[in-house]
Each structure stands twice: as structure tokens, then as C-alpha cells.
Design a binder for this molecule. Sequence first.
Ligand SMILES: Nc1ncnc2c1ncn2[C@@H]1O[C@H](COP(=O)(O)OP(=O)(O)O)[C@@H](O)[C@H]1O
Ligand SMILES: [Mg+2]
Length: 270
Amino acid sequence: MRTISLLNLKGGVAKSFSAVNIAYELWRRGCRVLVWDNDKQGNLSKAFGRYDAGQTAPVTKILSGDWQRPEKLIQPTDYEGMDILTSNLSLFGASFRLLAGEQDGQTERYRRFLAAEAEERGKTIADKYDYCIIDNPPDIGINVVNALAVTDEVIVPVKIDEHALEGLDTVAEQIADARVFNPSLALKGILITVYQNTDGESAGLEWLRQEWDNAKSKNYRRYPILGVIRYSGKVAENSFVRKPIYEYSPCCAAAQDYKKFVSSYTGIGR
Ligand SMILES: Nc1ncnc2c1ncn2[C@@H]1O[C@H](COP(=O)(O)OP(=O)(O)O)[C@@H](O)[C@H]1O
Ligand SMILES: [Mg+2]
């Protein structure tokens, strides 16, 4: 299983929207996908119609180590072959208690879950999926550290504005720190989101591209641009419909761009 985390310290940069649509595109290509809502706001859970405010959420149980049969925490989505681990506000309390308690293996809770034995003999939970997509909150708490412990690749969604790159170095530092307990963790690069082809934004994108070219020649670390997702009026009009965009507007720019991005990123065409 390959695990991809969407991470940025800012809110409103389309982390959740990208998680939904990347997961969906992988599913459409026939991959078995586990989506993991690691944000107490539960936007990913809402997108798949699985949000439940009334119960202790499965992700909270994983973080507090309060589970026995791992498969009981996983719910199917409406898309066969794509499952979800949901979240809600209960995640906040669990993070706090875990930090306050200074228990052992604080950063190993998510790893323990994925390594747990599945009902099918000889398989772990991770073995059941091709991809795990983790949607993160705009901060780095103990739940995010746990996510980094199981992540192979971090993608940073970025919306172009004058502060677009703010906080990116902090993300990079956290990732470097997390490599101590997860050597295979890699910061893959930036996904430009909600892109509008105005003079200001195209100049911003050009500037980012040059930064990357300069960085290559100067041999210091910058972040490659992995793809560009255009703004779609359809998404904005339907912001209360959090479903995968391809489901209600397959031809719009955002749907086409997520499709293109997933093909180029994974090499699996469709
Ligand atoms: N390509 C797009 N075109 C138009 N609106 C978008 C696009 N991508 C995301 N949005 C909107 O931007 C807002 C923030 O997205 P969201 O995924 O919730 O951000 P985050 O998870 O980073 O806080 C949402 O209202 C979403 O519908
Ligand atoms: Mg979000």
C-alpha cells in the first residue's frame, strides 16, 4: 500500500477537496483505496456521506488505542472498493489526552492499526488496499505526527497568493524530523489548487516555476510543482455538495485537472 498525505498549515487551500478527488480518481482506475480523515472538522467524512457527530470517531479510537478488531472501524463508502476511516470533534480530546499522558508509542498509533492483522488470514489492514489517502488538518498535532509515521508521500496543496509559500519550510522541517521514525517519508511537492488564469496568478505561477528552476541550479531545496488544478465555478456553486467533482460535473476544469494529475502522478492512465 502506498500512503499519500495532503498537508499544509493553511486552511482553505483545497486539502480536503484534493483528498476526495485524488481518492476518487484512484478508485476509478480500479485501485482499492482507504481514505483516512485526520481532521477533527470531518470534511472528508462529510464528502463521503459518513460524518457522524454523535459517536467517538474511528480515527479517535485508533489514536487512543481503543480498539480490538480493526475492521470494525472501517466503513465502506458508496464506491465499492473504497473504504473510509471517519473523524469528528472527538479527535481533539484524544490528541490532547495522548500528549498529556506521555504514554509510550505516541507516534505509533496509526502504524499499529495499519499493521494489525485483518480477518483474512495472513493479511494486514494495509495489505487490503493499494492506496491510503490521508486528509490532514491545518496544523501539526500528534494526530498529524502519527499520519507522517505511516505516510510515504506528502503532497502540499497551495493556492497562489502573495503568502502562498508561507509555512512550507515548517512543513518541510516537520517532515525531516518525522524521517527519524519513518525513513521512507518524502515531500513530493506542491499541487497548485483553485487556480484562476488571471494576470496576477499566472505571474505567481511563473514565479514559482522559476524558483524551482533556480533551486535546481543552486542546489538548495525547493518544491517541485506536481500539477495545477483550475478553479471551477461548478465547485464554488456546489460547495455544500462535497462529493467527488467528477460525479456531478465530469467535464469541468477541476474534474479534468484532477484526472490529469492522478494519471501523471501515479502513472496509471484512464
Ligand atoms: N478547483 C476549485 N474550484 C473552485 N472551488 C474550489 C476548488 N477547490 C476547492 N474549492 C473550494 O475551496 C474551499 C476550500 O477547500 P477545502 O478542500 O475545504 O480546503 P482545506 O481542506 O484546505 O481547508 C471549499 O469551499 C472548496 O469547495
Ligand atoms: Mg480540510
